[in-house]
Design a protein around this ligand. Sequence first.
Ligand code: NDP
Length: 234
Amino acid sequence: MSQTVFITGANRGIGLAIAKRFHDAGDVVVAFSRSGDAPFATQVITCDVSSLKSIKEATEAAVTQFGAPDVVIANAGITEDGLFMRMSDDALESVITTNLLGALRFSQQVVGSMLKQKRGSILFVGSVVGLLGSAGQVNYAASKSGLVGAARSLAREVGSRGIRVNVIAPGFVETDMTANLTEDQRNKILSSIPLARYASPEEIAETVFFLSSDNARYITGAVIPVDGGLGMGH
Ligand code: NDP
């Protein structure tokens, strides 16, 4: 049976691969995009997840047109790295607002519509960094670990209504987000990954697809690493 999937940031990177995976499975993919087209979407709706107003308008339009989603994937995210002592307040605020508040506000706007269906999956795209920490990424790590507590709390609130809430924690993935690392940084990272390579966006998408499917129907409140072993134990 075809599912209705709401996903943020589906125009490039991991979100693009996730949208393609659901599109290939015949699902209705509603992409919430800040800029650009989302080629695998049934419909693209403009949405800036750093703005509550934009999230409200976009989700309202989507639910009116497509009904309640079966699958919600809060994927949009940014980095703005720097050592904490020198990090600007703008860098702190924008990363927390986009990655943490954006995901929470987006899911809050649609979860009510999902209750009646008595089934559904909400997935936050976290990061290995959320639990492992990373020098130069205090803001990013805080935003991603915040998603873990939020997912586990929401999982407790809506579990009895058949809605599952999980976090996927990718390691390093070949996207624009990691494209600017220097050769030196890249080699250092590679030496700490047991599988000695980055993930492809498609490898993350495959796990997202599984977690959102009925095959994962007994998984909720979980943090699922897809990180080549980088965060082992975290
Ligand atoms: P990219 O930089 O390739 O893509 C980021 C996506 O998020 C884009 O679609 C971008 O839209 C969207 N986005 C950013 N800010 C906003 C906003 N305010 N409103 C709406 N959309 C926004 O990153 P990735 O694909 O690599 O990252 C996707 C997710 O995966 C993020 O949450 C990231 O933290 C997480 N992740 C990535 C890892 C990696 O190694 N790449 C590792 C672990 C987690 P636009 O094109 O308009 O900028």
